[in-house]
Design a protein around this ligand. Structure first.
Ligand code: 5AD
Length: 452
């Protein structure tokens, strides 16, 4: 989501005549878009700001700003801590960045350094409709689309409801129009973004033929010509109902990968986290999805070391994690977020225990991911080519519908194309393949769904 917000700000600045440079060393303005989910992310952003502010010594017109969740979370306290800060912009004010920047620069040019930091952290009605600008000159093959902002859940560990505010959604028409423009410019895969995408439009848009607003949105996006693949992140297990499960059967563009945050495999801890589902319910969703699409891929978020997580609780998580067999997971060590209910809980878990539990899950993940990747050797996989791989001359990289990374030797101008790869090798994270001679572009492959 931060990447998407940053892109939107960059696109707005480009429209205003600013240019985006390749490296911070070349920049006259640096804006850090920040995360507040864990303390580590905040510390990193604070350190980086301090480091960058040194540029003001050699370049008095150097501008530095902090945007996003940490700005919202910490507010003016950041200005006290970082007196060189020129701009502090919250999560509902990204669209105001160009104006603020113009003002700062005008005042620097006219009357020397600005008198103080511009702070813009208020809520703004309708701000969800402003995260829109995409760069159509350099379209992304695979692009993020923000469908909503904010979160109405109250997970006890999480700072996001504070930093992102109440849930607000964009209209289906507006989202589809944006995706149509992107498709016309060359985008072929979209990832719909929201804190809890399956609660999209629940208050604004009525159910239609038993289908939730989110499934209606997926159906509408599935109709957009030129879009070949649809993904979304993240859904919540609560509200992951039959209509959404059936969408994987009925919508050929919806890729057979779901990122479904589990957080814990212990019902006791789930309750303490205020996550309103049980491991049994979670298991049911996975089983129902696998029944509809047998080669479904799963990824998740897990928090280890939530306050009060005993060895027995963790064992439940470990066992469940292994049982499901996630292909990918983000495993977080619980981080105390001041102002959240869990921050005040006693029985905080020692760092070393969190570390150990983290490692145990990472190990299981690596094994499972390897097994799944190896099982693909010898098969043909459709890959959306994103561009040159990070390593290797003449090597391209892309992703399968199951969201596995794949690399293969090929010509640069295959970027943006769908190709069929014969998979020849696999590591934990990457498939290696060669182009199939029958590689054809632009078709939505439904064969995996026809098995039913
Ligand atoms: N500590 C650790 N991880 C957290 N997450 C959210 N809040 C915290 C926290 N306080 C994780 C959750 C969530 C992901 C985006 O970040 O797993 O799904």
């Amino acid at each position: 989501m931060n990447e998407r917000d940053s892109e939107a700000v960059a696109a707005m600045l480009r429209d205003r005549g600013y240019s985006i440079v390749g490296h911070e060393k070349e920049a006259d303005v640096v804006l850090l878009n920040t995360c507040a989910v864990r303390d580590q992310a905040e510390q990193k952003a604070i350190g980086k700001t301090g480091y960058l502010a040194k540029n003001k010594r050699t370049n008095p017109e150097f501008v530095i700003g902090i945007l996003g969740c940490m700005a919202q979370n910490r507010g003016r306290e950041l200005v006290d801590r970082l007196p060189d800060l020129d701009l502090l912009v919250g999560t509902q004010k990204f669209h105001r960045v160009p104006d603020h920047l113009d003002n700062i620069i005008a005042s620097m040019k006219g009357r020397g350094p600005t008198p103080g930091t511009i702070v813009d952290l208020d809520e703004e009605e309708g701000s969800q409709n402003t995260i829109r600008a995409h760069n159509v000159e350099e379209p992304r093959v695979s692009a993020f689309v923000s469908i909503m902002q904010g979160c109405n859940m109250n997970c006890t560990f999480c700072i996001v409801p504070k930093t992102r505010g109440r849930e607000r959604c964009r209209s289906i028409t507006d989202i589809v129009e944006e995706i149509e423009e992107m498709a016309a410019a060359g985008t072929r895969e979209v990832t719909l973004l929201g804190q809890i995408v399956n609660s999209y439009g629940r208050r604004e848009i009525p159910f239609l033929n038993g289908k939730s607003p989110f499934v209606q949105l997926l159906e509408a996006v599935n109709e957009v010509k030129g879009i070949e693949r649809i993904r979304f992140t993240s859904p919540h297990p609560r509200g992951f109902k039959q209509d959404l499960i059936e969408a994987y059967r009925d919508l050929p563009k919806l890729c057979e990968h779901v990122h479904l945050p589990l957080q814990s495999g212990s019902n006791r801890i789930l309750r303490a986290m205020n996550r309103p589902y049980s491991r049994e319910r979670y298991r049911q969703i996975i089983d129902d999805l696998r029944a509809i699409v047998p080669d479904m891929y799963f990824s998740t978020d897990i928090i280890v070391g939530f306050p009060g997580e005993s060895a027995a609780d963790f064992e439940l998580t470990r066992e469940f994690f292994e049982e499901i067999g996630f292909e990918m997971a983000y495993i977080f060590k619980y981080s105390v977020r001041t102002g959240t209910p869990a921050a005040d809980l006693e029985d905080q878990v020692p760092q070393a225990v969190k570390e150990e539990r983290n490692q145990i899950l990472l190990q299981i993940l690596a094994e499972r991911s390897m097994v799944r990747n190896r099982s693909l050797i010898g098969t043909t996989q459709e890959v959306l080519v994103e561009g040159p791989a990070r390593k290797g001359e003449g090597i391209l990289a892309g992703r399968t519908r199951g969201n596995r990374k794949a690399v293969f030797p090929g010509d640069r101008d295959l970027a943006g194309k769908l190709v069929n790869l014969h998979i020849e090798g696999a590591s934990v994270s990457t498939l290696r393949g060669i182009l199939n001679p029958d590689t054809s572009d632009s078709k939505v492959d439904k064969s995996h769904l026809l098995a039913h």
